[in-house]
Design a binder for this molecule. Sequence first.
Ligand code: BEZ
Length: 215
Amino acid sequence: MNNELTGMPRIGDKAPDFNAVTTTGKLNFSDYNQGSWVVFFSHPADFTPVCTTEMSGFAKEQDSFFATRNAKLLGLSIDSIHSHIAWVENVRKNTGVLFKFPIVADIDMSVSKLWGMLQPGESETAAVRAVFIVDPMGVIRLIMYYPMNVGRSMDEIKRCLIALQTSAENSCSMPLNWQPGDNVILPAPKTLEALDERVNSGLEMMDFYLATKSL
Ligand code: BEZ
């Protein structure tokens, strides 16, 4: 298998930088990422049904959710800029939904390869449905991969962004099925003194290593 196609960035890695042509003009990833979260997602192809539902889902949340959470959207597929523009216009004409966020025209596959969006067992020529959530320091905090035939969950993408931001702001973790507003998990004590404090804290806990609190 061609290694060039299977390089995969990992959680905790610095987001690989690139320059690209997009539907909103030329874009440098690190400049775009400067000071804000970025949700970077790939889709297999323009003018395809599942992708149209997904991109429309992102577009419907671009101002009301992502912008209010200091998160920018960035799409990508291995299509030409002309195809992207025609598709964006087609969806706008048919549904009134406008994809305002940039979509990378990755016709030479360079960005898809750099970001591990090509998974050759699924397709050697089209990107899978990947989602990377990158923090404002340019570090990849979460990665999701979906195959060609399963659309992503917008609720889950939104939940993950809120969870990552809440965790970054409060140094906490989120339990199974956490939803915004639920209790969060506190870091386990790292010294005996901290252990004593934890045990006497009055916090809700199963034991000293699993304590939760409301924010
Ligand atoms: C779709 O978006 O519908 C799709 C794209 C590529 C392969 C299969 C489905």
